[in-house]
Write a protein that binds this ligand. Structure first.
Ligand code: PFF
Length: 467
């Protein structure tokens, strides 16, 4: 299929904004700040930064270059690289297939909070049981998931330039302004609690950025490293075929080296700003014990913080959830696009037809997952010790199990089978300089496969069994 027929991004910046849109998602907002607070503040920031510039750069460059060089999505791309490695293309394709079943459900939760703040129910949303009673209500949680799913499908239906790029070009700058605005506001807060203790956001800020080496042992440091590594992965949307698909839409005259750097910076800056916005605010109103991970941070702790802010709270809450909805939407469209692009190739069918079929399938899937907290409630023990409902199960399979495994195999394929030169040639195409070329070779051949293996052992719980 040629490029014109397939459609592509109109420019380098259109691509960077769409790719950053995929990378910047709920992971930046509900996971990064929590990990930073848990893993020694500035220490985590430092480790994360080093990893972005080494591992993140390696995996992102590989995915995007594979896409642009082959002009195909994951299944076709891996098959073209080495026909015997088609299985890896299929595995990679399965990651967005699984993620898509639950991403719109989370998007729906976010929309529910937007509605709560618009209708003046911010105080109600801060109640202890608001979140639980919403997700356990079969009808309302399904309807919100469906709304988010349909918006996503409508954007994909309009194609790469008319849908994805157009939406990303508007949403991403607005998102940046919103997050900077809330972060600045968050830095001005202070609060005196019932026992007369006053906490200021400056103290919270220092907690966030100052490296805390207290009680740091080697196993603890290893844990920080692995936390940062799995966060990085999820955050950059690598090893799930998404960046391969987006890479296949990039014009040959775009400087990939520069684009990769811009995506890295965008994603990391937003993650840092999310911490700046959340950690001081949570610290001021609930103390640092108030920091939690995952949905409970965003849907339980933060509404309480907004409520405690007083008359301004509902506006901050509204802007916050609109911003998160934007972040989730641009990630969600990238997941659906990776699926649609592969299906267009598999079935040789046009975009609109494939989008409608996938849209219907995922509307059903989203409802099933949304009902995982009511009608289809289950408790499945995971190897890492936690109990999973359907959504957690899908998340675990795709992110903790498949992604490190796929990265491990794809670094072996690139580093040892097709050789790094194959990627390097693509990055240098058109005479551009590959500024971290030597680093790339060492990373892809040696360091990344080893780390991915360790990460795989850790996230599947095998490492804990050995140690
Ligand atoms: N990278 C997104 C984040 O940090 O939240 C999450 C994400 C997007 C994960 C797309 C998976 C995905 F397919």
């Amino acid at each position: 299929m040629n490029k014109e027929k397939k459609g592509g991004f109109s420019s380098g910046i259109g691509f960077v904004l769409a790719a950053a849109g995929s990378a910047v998602g709920v992971g930046n907002i509900w996971r990064f700040p929590y990990l930073a607070a848990k893993d020694g503040g500035g220490l985590f920031l430092l480790v994360y930064l080093v990893l972005v510039l080494t591992f993140g750069f390696t995996l992102l460059t590989s995915d995007i270059a594979i896409g642009r060089k082959t002009q195909k999505s994951s299944i076709g791309a891996y098959t073209q690289m080495r026909p015997k490695w088609k299985f890896l293309g299929i595995l990679t394709f399965l990651v967005p297939v699984i993620i898509m079943t639950y991403y719109a459900v989370i998007g729906g939760w976010i929309c529910r909070y937007i509605v709560a703040y618009i209708t003046g129910a911010g105080h109600v949303a801060a109640g202890d049981s608001f979140f639980t009673s919403f997700i356990t209500s079969p009808v309302s949680s399904s309807i919100y998931a469906l709304i988010f799913m349909l918006i996503t499908a409508a954007i994909i239906y309009n194609g790469v330039q008319g849908g994805i790029e157009k939406v990303s070009r508007i949403i991403m700058p607005v998102l940046l302004v919103m997050i900077v605005g809330i972060a600045i506001y968050s830095m001005t807060l202070s609060f005196t609690d019932g026992s007369g203790v006053t906490r200021t956001s400056m103290e919270g800020f220092l907690l966030y950025v100052t490296p805390n080496f207290k009680g740091l042992t080697l196993p603890k440091f290893l844990q920080v490293l692995l936390d940062a590594m799995s966060q990085l992965f999820f955050s950059l949307s690598v090893s799930m075929g998404i960046m391969i698909t987006y890479g296949s839409y990039v014009k040959k005259d775009v400087n990939l080296n520069k684009s990769v750097a811009q995506i890295e910076v965008f994603d990391t800056v937003v993650a840092f700003l999310a911490g700046l916005m959340i950690i001081p605010a949570v610290y001021v109103f609930s103390g640092i014990e108030g920091m939690q991970s995952g949905p409970s941070l965003m849907f339980v702790s933060l509404p309480k913080v907004f409520d405690a802010m007083g008359s301004f709270g509902w506006i901050v809450g509204l802007i916050f959830f609109v911003m998160v909805a934007f972040a989730a939407l641009t990630s969600c469209i990238s997941v659906l696009e990776a699926i649609v692009a592969n299906c267009m190739a598999i079935f040789s069918a046009p975009r609109k037809k494939v989008t409608i079929s996938c849209g219907i399938i995922y509307c059903i899937a989203s409802v099933v997952i949304a009902l995982g907290y009511s009608l289809f409630y289950v408790e499945i023990p995971l190897p890492n010790g936690s109990m999973a409902q359907l959504l957690d199960l899908m998340d675990y399979i795709s992110n903790s199990f498949m992604m490190p495994f796929i990265s491990l195999l794809s670094t072996i394929l690139i580093g040892w089978v097709v050789e790094p030169k194959w990627i390097i040639d693509e990055v240098e195409y058109g005479g551009y300089k590959f500024s971290r070329k030597k680093l790339y070779i060492v990373m892809i051949k040696y360091v990344t496969p080893i780390m991915m293996f360790i990460l795989f052992l850790q996230s599947t719980g095998i490492l804990n069994m050995i140690l």
